[in-house]
Design a protein around this ligand. Structure first.
Ligand SMILES: Nc1ncnc2c1ncn2[C@@H]1O[C@H](COP(=O)(O)OP(=O)(O)OP(=O)(O)O)[C@@H](O)[C@H]1O
Length: 581
């Protein structure tokens, strides 16, 4: 294989085990090119054990881990493309069955004594192999949070805090969370949907403000624009009450992103954030590197409140930071778990709880005994079962869009969300979008001819501050007086603009579960992929089922649902261990 990255003159030929593993789908071209090129540059043997560890460390980061456990390499399955349906029912081979691997203990020793470690490309720590950058970020987070634990934050009047706690209707865990924010430098608050996380944030802000007797500078942030907008909606009373809180923004924005540099921000250890309290919502979506940039930018006297649901899918980039922080900080008492449901009082609350316990029988039982709010459709071919309903929704959306009725079209859009784990392949969003568009085109041929056809539901995939749209905003193309008009639910209300001004959008007859994180819809339909899918994990299915506000339809097999509950996403990291040290 010859693959080229960056400078076309730098062409790299992969050899030996790397080539075999690349051909068999265990490593992709970029894993091999990076490993081969670095090894050549520093005089490391290209077919050696250290080179192999480097290639798998690059793959591990692509898979969301921040470190590689050599013990796990032999059992790794091929990283097959979603589209690949050949031999789908055969058990895929593993790395250990494809090439000869050195025993993990000796392999780790070989890495430790290799030039790759001497030159600082790889780090061996806690029995794991790290790419240097992820090792540095893990250590930075652990050191910063441990130091913050011992550092003193300005005291607040506990009796005033107790008055606020008494005045509000709070469950015991919520009370503990408010007290923790008042007493500690760092608090991690976890809970599923409707467990009162946002309500607790509001109370903690009030208690801290009243208890400190001065005007506190409070920064509210979330990893995505959509989540920040939601924070603003829910916390608007608090925002109005305290003059010192500015509206929630993305973490990137709070830290002061520098154009053209995604790794460095205006606020860092030398130029800390001005806030006395920083609150980050939807923290499960924060990557390792973003968390590192945040904690290094906190002023020593600032309090930090991280809020999220660690059972949800982790960030798209490497890291499972919230889950790691919960494990690492819980023994020290900085973690408060909310467990009482204040919103969902029906079958879906029971289902969410069953998911969190990881008991597949309990999940199936919750689905089977549900009387209201959950439907389970057993189908090997989901499109046969669900397409009529999804097309009916799309046809109605188009009618409202043709009428130019903005509010009705946006309301209708929010009524149904079809979620898939995959983008591509037979269970992916792309196929569903095509199926729905084909059905629409049978009624209205222009749907297949025009990219901005009337009734096209759209999802924004990148923030555009100039236009006022954010990654995750949804909308629809409607008929305007002078041609098609994109109408979007944005942070500042409904936005109408020419659709051609939007450069980063996708069609949204179906949406990936990843993209749906942080948002909800009245009725949610989940297409559960078959058990062989790499993306079928408990976190994925839990995230999907908790998106439904009123009704949930799960389409797939019982076997796949059971499989998902048992398959927790495995992301290797040493962060929890470092924090617990
Ligand atoms: N202790 C409580 N007693 C009564 N109602 C409560 C209590 N805590 C929260 N609520 C109410 O329950 C609802 C859900 O709370 P909240 O929005 O804070 O949950 P959440 O965990 O942030 O949910 P999500 O993750 O879905 O946004 C809200 O209407 C809130 O006012």
């Amino acid at each position: 294989m010859t693959a080229t990255i960056g400078d076309p003159a730098v062409s790299v030929t992969t050899e030996g085990r790397l080539k075999t593993l690349n051909d068999a789908g265990f490593l992709d071209g970029s894993d091999c090119v990076v490993a081969t090129r670095i090894c050549r540059q520093i005089g490391e043997e290209v077919d050696g054990d250290a080179a192999l560890a480097l290639a798998f460390a690059v793959r591990a980061v692509r898979d969301g881990s921040t470190a590689l456990s050599l013990d796990a390499v032999a059992a790794l399955p091929a990283d097959l493309d979603d589209e690949d349906e050949d031999d789908a029912d055969l058990q895929p081979p593993t790395v250990g069955e494809t090439v000869t691997l050195t025993e993990p203990g000796r392999w780790l020793d070989a890495v430790r004594s290799s030039p790759l470690v001497a030159e600082g490309v790889l780090r061996v720590d806690l029995g794991l192999v790290y790419l240097d950058r992820y090792h540095a970020d893990e250590r930075l987070i652990a050191d910063a949070l441990r130091m913050r634990d011992t550092a003193s934050v300005p005291p607040v009047d506990a009796s005033v805090v107790e008055n606020v706690v008494r005045d509000r209707e709070l469950d015991e865990a919520q009370k503990a969370a408010v007290r923790s924010v008042a007493e500690r430098a760092t608090t991690v608050l976890t809970g599923g949907p409707g467990m009162g996380k946002t309500y607790t944030i509001a109370t903690a802000i009030r208690a801290l403000g009243d208890g400190s007797g001065q005007t506190l500078r409070i920064g509210l942030a979330a990893p995505t624009g959509k989540a920040a907008a939601r924070m603003n909606e829910v916390l608007q009373d608090e925002l109005a009450h305290a003059a010192s809180i500015s509206p929630a923004m993305t973490l990137h924005r709070m830290l002061g992103s520098k154009p053209g540099n995604s790794q460095r921000f205006r606020h860092d250890a030398r130029n800390p954030l001005p806030h006395d309290l920083v609150v980050v919502d939807e923290a499960s979506m924060v990557s390792l590197s973003m968390m590192a940039r945040l904690v290094e930018a906190l002023s020593p006297s600032a309090r930090l409140l991280l809020v999220g649901d660690p059972d949800q899918l982790a960030s798209v980039e490497a890291g499972s930071v919230l889950a790691d922080l919960v494990r690492g900080l819980e023994p020290g008492g900085s973690v408060v778990r909310l467990t009482e449901n204040h919103r969902l009082r029906d079958d879906r609350a029971g289902l969410a709880t069953a998911f969190r316990t990881g008991d597949a029988d309990a999940v199936i039982d919750a689905v089977d005994t549900a009387t209201d709010g959950i439907e389970f459709i057993e189908a090997d071919e989901p499109s046969l079962a669900m397409l009529p309903q999804v097309v009916e929704h799309a046809v109605r959306l188009r009618e409202l869009a043709l009428d130019g009725d903005v509010d009705a079209a946006l309301d209708h859009l929010a009524k149904l969300r079809l979620l898939c784990a995959h983008r591509t392949g037979p269970f992916g969003t792309r196929r569903w979008n095509q199926l729905v568009e084909r059905a629409l085109a049978e009624r209205a041929p222009e749907v297949s001819l025009q990219s901005m056809y009337i009734g096209r539901p759209i999802l924004v995939t990148r923030n555009d501050y100039g236009l006022g749209v954010r990654n995750g905003d949804v909308g629809v193309i409607i008929r305007g007086d002078d041609g098609p008009l994109a109408v979007l639910e944005s942070a500042s209300g409904v936005l109408s603009l020419s659709p051609w001004r939007l450069s980063d959008i996708e069609t949204m007859h179906a949406m990936t579960v990843h993209k749906a994180q942080g948002s909800q819809a009245e009725n949610v339909v989940i297409i559960v992929p078959p058990p062989r899918s790499r993306l079928l994990t408990r976190e994925m299915l839990y995230t999907a089922v908790t998106r439904a506000e009123r009704h949930l339809t799960i389409v797939g097999s019982r076997e796949a649902v059971r499989h998902a509950v048992r398959a927790t996403a495995q992301r290797s990291s040493g962060l929890a261990e470092r924090l617990a040290d």
